[in-house]
Design a protein around this ligand. Sequence first.
Ligand SMILES: [Zn+2]
Length: 336
Amino acid sequence: MKLIFFLFFSPFVFSCNSTQKAIGPKKTNVDYANTITAQDLKKHLYIYAGDEMEGRMTGTKGQHSAAEYIRDFYKSEGIASPPGTNDHFQNIPASFFQGRRDSQPSENVVAFIKGSEKPDEIVIISAHLDHIGTDKEGNVFNGADDDGSGTVSILEIAQAFQQAVKDGHPPKRSILFLHVTGEEIGLYGSRYYTENPLFPLANTVCDLNIDMIGRIDPDKKDNPNYLYLIGSNKLSQELQDVSTAMNNKYTKLDLDYKYDDPSDPNRFYYRSDHYNFAKNNVPIIFYFNGVHEDYHKMTDTPDKIEYDLMAKRAQLIFYTAWEIANREKKITADKL
Ligand SMILES: [Zn+2]
């Protein structure tokens, strides 16, 4: 009896299932954000901030290996190299680093997802790929937080957007994933990009710059569910409002704006790559965990990273980029 029953109904069951499969449950930004996991971030960071990368000093073999790791990831994900670049590299001649002792050529690494409705409007997500190298004995500065954390977060964010593309939900605006070189020696890669932009800066909606999001500031030990946001309303109140709304709705981090105080002596607003965009009137947000005891020390290693927290912070950046890329109205620099 059972078998006959099954046979009788099976064509109906089959057709139902296949219809469901063809349409599929509609995935949302939450589904894509959830592909950004602590486990994946950790897997990338143990390689990216491993000793083989020799501290990623600009122009060295280790830095080029780091750039290749990023490029290979984008190729494996099928994320395009933007027009005007050579196989995901924006090459920078040694002459651009003049004034540096022993200056060598280097490269920014770029990847591009074209917008479906407003492809000329570009949302940039950036992080620096370089660090400070080795000491004279060859001991490695791994730079797991600085800025391995920002680098691998972008890889995971890009993968989430690319999954959406594969599912037929491309962003309306274009997204440029920008890994800049030469940050530690003076914000060279981001300056090179803004002086030689792949897309006009006038059409660049914003730069979401990530530099150190994997650790906890000693001052925040009692409330580790936080992130410092710097410069988020300096050029565009709308940008900060979007960021706040996404955090309230999804990630619920304690967003701390204390470094926006113009009298703060750290002057962090001027100290990472977003500044080269801000000075060209492109609205920015700088995402930052603050300094800690291992900052620019050999002890900034992957085992000290808070991976669950880092995943949540990366998800906030993903949600913010998703909203900026997909909302009807382009955010404007309303404070110029
Ligand atoms: Zn850094």
